[in-house]
Design a protein around this ligand. Structure first.
Ligand SMILES: Cc1ncc(C[n+]2csc(CCOP(=O)(O)OP(=O)(O)O)c2C)c(N)n1
Length: 685
């Protein structure tokens, strides 16, 4: 493809002019609060953006990607409105203006960006894997030449996200281009501290299944040739590529940075590499007449000034809108409250009919079988659904939840992943953004920790894109004690996601609820953590008849385990069984509520029960301090204080990790005897 140098010149000039207005006017006037300048980075990004013409291309961008955004037709006014935090900007004033997102407008999608350096990589490879899935499993020929691009600075190649994405891309030979702009510094830290010798391309030369290219991002011909070659390689299906272009950063890292850590000589050397000057020398007059160059310069400046004026005239966000779009607000598929992109809902996917009344089979099954059967039914009825994680393929998962599913649905739909939880969750986010339903397994609760960044970013994604995007993924996580405990496999810490923003959290205590809640999660439109308690997976008390392929349960509806008059016990997960036993042992006529989900949690049922019994004991396995019991107690104190005849009490694991020795474990967990004693004491109070 011939390079449209006049267009490149316009993008470079427009980006320059926008940076200049922001630095010289809008920042000093405090109309914008952060300024991230792309000066020095514009040339390569302009060339790259003009090559991303496929309607299913997906781009993971970062805060210095504004020239790339302009090349992708983001629009000058849109670009100006972001830093001005306008209501109609791409985040509605909720995110830093250069943390970009752009639903497809017939061309590339720009995946919702993140402030965390390196967080763009694993969602980008998820998008690339979704391209392959759409092409090879769903047989959609329109994905034949689509690619994903992950754009970052050289310091981002030191992040775990980069390495996780590189492993996924190269092991699976995915159509993804890593486009690295090396300006020599991560804020003030030189690149030799990010990768040995400071050259990531040189260091990756021997990496298998990766085409590595490298060159000068300020040299028009070289940058154009390398960028075109890198994009063509990936489009041709030759697997992933990495292109490193060296560029100068001709400004501070952000508006606040004075660059005092650079010597005057270095600053002069950088100025001498200005790609705008290089472009002018290269193009004028050979490709663009002098008069045309001047006209482009003038037009770009005028258009930027007009765009800034129009963006300034846009209204700021309304304070009352703050809490909108944390979760999906649409009650049915379709309608303007749906996100524009992400998950199956925007494309009008219809699921088979559901039933809220169980149709029990005669035999009881354990929770593990219930989970497996539910995955099986959803895989069979929803071709967009994929199941993956460590060992979930031929082995069937370390707990056995996916046993036989790969055999039935193939390696494209049920598969093993590399050992990177960040990769599992970040990839799931990219797949969801590309319209799939990823169901990921994390082997044990503690091992979700390496995915913390992606989990956080996924939860906030709808809110921070002001409902443009959503990534409704399901993450299944076994945890809790089983025979013994230990600090790694046995913690619950479910409260972490309730405290995080935008997650729905299920903590089922029996096989029937597991079926209904897992189905609701896989057909829902918000990201969901599905917590599988290890003691419940084959626990006798959790066995129930299979409730049918259509059975579904709403989130936020507690189960009345036992009605009572003297005291309310609020609990969930493996503590449900212990509370039931304790009530029988205590002789107290206690009401037991199993919350079933913690986000949302059933305040209504909890308040009604406590107002009736006037006493309350909350029992959970998670540590006491800032466990979810504290939230319930605070709510009851505020909303049912005058109904209480005794202080609200909590029984929970003390503030220690889960211990391994069964003796220590029993000392740590709320025991049946301990719960019974508490019931008797509170009932007498
Ligand atoms: C995970 C994380 N750590 C630290 C930061 C703070 N930070 C923002 S940008 C940056 C430097 C990144 O440099 P590079 O990736 O080379 O991109 P450049 O800014 O040079 O374009 C740092 C340390 C962050 N945003 N995210």
């Amino acid at each position: 493809m011939q390079t449209d140098w006049a267009r490149v010149a316009w993008i470079v000039q427009a980006s320059r002019a926008l940076d200049a207005i922001e630095e010289s006017q809008l920042l000093p006037e405090r109309k914008i609060l952060y300024q991230f300048c792309a000066r020095g980075h514009e040339l390569g990004q302009s060339l790259l953006g003009l090559l991303l013409t496929d309607s299913h291309d997906g781009v993971g961008a970062y805060y210095r990607s504004r020239p790339l955004m302009l090349a992708l037709d983001f629009g000058l006014e849109e670009a100006a409105a972001g830093p001005l935090a306008r209501a109609t900007s791409s985040s509605g004033g909720r995110d830093i203006g250069v943390v970009f997102n752009m639903p497809s407008r017939g061309g590339a999608t720009v995946l919702p960006g993140c402030g965390g350096v390196g967080a763009q990589y694993t969602p980008a490879v998820g998008w690339a894997q979704a391209i392959r899935y759409r092409r090879e499993v769903l047989h959609d020929p329109t994905y034949a030449r689509s690619i994903a691009v992950a754009h970052g600075g050289e310091a981002s190649t030191a992040t775990s996200g980069f390495w996780s994405a590189l492993t996924i891309a190269t092991t699976l030979r995915l159509p993804v281009l890593f486009y690295i702009e090396d300006n020599g510094y991560g804020i003030s830290v030189p690149s030799a501290l990010q990768t040995p010798g400071g050259d990531i391309a040189a260091n990756l030369q021997s990496f298998a299944n990766l085409s590595v290219l490298s060159g000068d991002g300020t040299h028009p011909h070289e940058a154009a040739e390398l960028t075109a070659r890198a994009v063509a390689t990936v489009r041709a299906g030759e697997g992933p590529a990495l292109l490193r272009l060296t560029v100068p950063r001709l400004s501070g890292h952000s508006g606040q940075d004075t660059q005092a850590y650079k010597s005057p000589e270095l600053l002069a050397r950088e100025r001498a590499r200005d790609p705008l000057e290089a472009l002018r020398r290269f193009a004028v007059p050979a490709l663009i007449a002098e008069a045309d160059w001047l006209r482009i310069e003038r037009t770009a400046r005028n258009e930027v000034e007009a765009a800034v004026a129009a963006a300034l005239a846009r209204p700021p966000p309304e304070a009352a809108s703050l809490q909108r779009h944390v979760f999906c607000e649409a009650t049915a598929v379709g309608g303007r409250l749906l996100q524009e992109q992400g998950g199956v809902a925007p494309e009008g996917h219809e699921f088979p009919a559901t039933a809220t009344t169980p149709r029990p089979e005669p035999a009881r099954i354990n929770m593990l079988t219930a989970i497996r059967r539910t995955l099986d039914v959803e895989l069979a009825t929803n071709p967009r659904l994929l199941v993956f994680g460590e060992d979930v393929g031929p082995k069937g998962g370390v707990h056995g939840a996916t046993l036989g599913l790969q055999e039935r649905y193939g390696c494209g739909r049920v598969f093993d992943t590399s050992l990177s939880e960040e990769g599992i969750v970040g990839r799931a986010v990219g797949m969801a953004l590309a319209g799939l339903v990823p169901v990921a397994e994390i082997q044990f609760r503690k091992y979700a920790d390496p995915a913390a960044e992606q989990l956080n970013d996924c939860g906030t994604l709808r809110w921070r894109t002001n409902n443009r995007f959503a990534a409704p993924i399901v993450v299944r996580i076994p945890g809790g004690f089983f025979k013994c405990g230990d600090p790694w496999h046995s913690q619950t810490n479910e409260v972490a996601w309730v405290h995080g923003i935008g997650w729905r959290v299920a903590v089922p205590a029996n096989a029937q609820d597991a079926v209904g809640l897992l189905r609701a999660a896989m057909r829902g439109n918000d990201p969901t953590i599905f917590f599988e308690h290890r003691a419940m997976l084959d626990g006798a008390s959790a066995r129930r008849p299979y409730p049918g392929d259509a059975f579904i349960l709403a989130f936020g509806e507690a189960r009345l385990v036992r009605a009572g008059t003297q005291l309310s016990v609020i609990t969930w997960g493996a503590m449900v069984e212990r509370c039931e036993l304790a009530v029988s042992e205590s002789g107290v006529d206690a009401e037991v509520l199993d919350l079933r989900t913690l986000s949302p949690w059933d305040r209504r049922a909890t308040l009604a029960s406590v107002k009736k019994t006037r006493r309350c004991l909350i029992v959970h396995e998670d540590n006491l301090t800032a466990g979810f019991g504290a939230e319930i107690a605070a709510t009851l104190v505020q909303e049912a204080f005058f109904h209480l005849d005794a202080p609200i009490e909590r029984l929970a694991m003390p503030d220690t990790p889960s211990p391994h020795s069964p003796i220590l474990l029993e000392a740590a967990l709320p025991s049946v005897r301990g719960i019974a004693a508490a019931l008797q004491r509170i009932a007498r109070a």
